[in-house]
Design a protein around this ligand. Structure first.
Ligand code: ADP
Length: 284
């Protein structure tokens, strides 16, 4: 089991007037090789949960166990978090080296790789994130917001993590850039069998990529299941301020107008197949 979350709690500003319980008794098991999606309204606790999976803060109560490393123990947390590639919501704020190359190379160097291996890892990360090699000697600080975002993602991917944890990695990228990064994440997941945890506000992205999804609400897990199961809870999702995927909304509209479109449709591919099946069956 690569990620086990056991009765995890997190309270910000504990003991002050601004005290906020961000995570309340979270229980969660993520299987090795799973593509796991997390959705939820702003403030529901998604980023806090991801930061615990990345081992960047100690559990206040309960624990997170990644690949057998128990993060309640400081030593194990420092060791275990090396397994996790964590892409923050605004990773561009973490660029600090003088050149793009050195920034992407920072992680691989810390892994104790030799120069040639570091170079191979840097090129892999750069290709993954769409960072052109002509930028290697530039200062990250001189680049655009989108380029900085790509460099930060390249730096994480250059470590070829077994567990990839991403907090809205496409935020702020143009639509083509989003599609490209997402396709590369999916390909990395397929080709390496790595575990991917993705927080997204985009229901279509969640529907089309995640094998399993949780919906967070006020620091708890409100729903947990396969996408086809989660998106049958349309009314509940709307009540939480979330939408449903475009294909699921269209299927709902067609049903409301009397078309016999089956339940459990949430991707364009499934909707097209259902409509074609109706046509072939003479129902259209
Ligand atoms: P999400 O990622 O779903 O938007 P977060 O995990 O960022 O949710 O936040 C969960 C709750 O904790 C929110 O109410 C948020 O305001 C609060 N919170 C997050 N970070 C801090 C912080 N550094 N200090 C105080 N409160 C915080």
């Amino acid at each position: 089991m690569p990620i086990e979350v056991k009765r995890l709690c997190h309270t910000y500003l504990a003991g002050t007037a601004g005290e906020k319980a961000a995570l309340k008794d979270i229980e969660l098991n993520i299987e090795k090789g799973e593509f796991f999606g997390i959705i939820g309204h702003t403030g529901s606790g998604k980023s806090t949960l991801l930061q615990h999976m990345g081992g960047i803060m100690p559990p206040e109560a309960g624990t997170v166990i990644v690949d057998g490393y128990d993060f309640a123990d400081k030593k194990q947390r420092i060791e275990g978090r090396k397994k996790v590639g964590l892409v923050f919501q605004y990773p561009e704020y973490q660029l600090f080296e003088e050149t793009v190359y050195r920034d992407i190379a920072f992680g691989p160097k810390n892994m104790g790789l030799n120069e040639q291996e570091v170079d191979e890892h840097v090129r892999f990360g750069a290709k993954f994130a769409g960072v052109d090699e002509s930028l290697f000697e530039a200062s990250p600080l001189d680049l655009s917001g989108g380029q900085k975002r790509r460099i930060a993602i390249a730096g994480v991917m250059a470590m070829k993590p077994e567990v990839l944890v991403l907090d809205e990695p496409m935020a702020g990228l143009d639509p083509a850039g989003c599609r490209e990064i997402l396709a590369n994440i999916a390909e990395y997941h397929r080709s390496t069998g790595s575990t991917v945890v993705l927080v997204t506000h985009d229901m279509d992205v969640a529907a089309e990529n995640a094998e399993r999804l949780i919906v967070m609400r006020r620091g708890k897990i409100a729903l947990d299941g396969a996408p086809e199961e989660i998106f049958t809870h349309a009314a509940e999702l709307r009540e939480m301020g979330l939408g449903i995927p475009g294909a699921a909304a269209l299927a709902e509209e067609l049903r409301a107008r009397g078309a016999a479109v089956p339940q459990g449709i949430y991707t364009p591919h499934d909707l097209a197949a259902a409509l074609l099946a109706r046509k072939e069956g003479g129902a259209c």
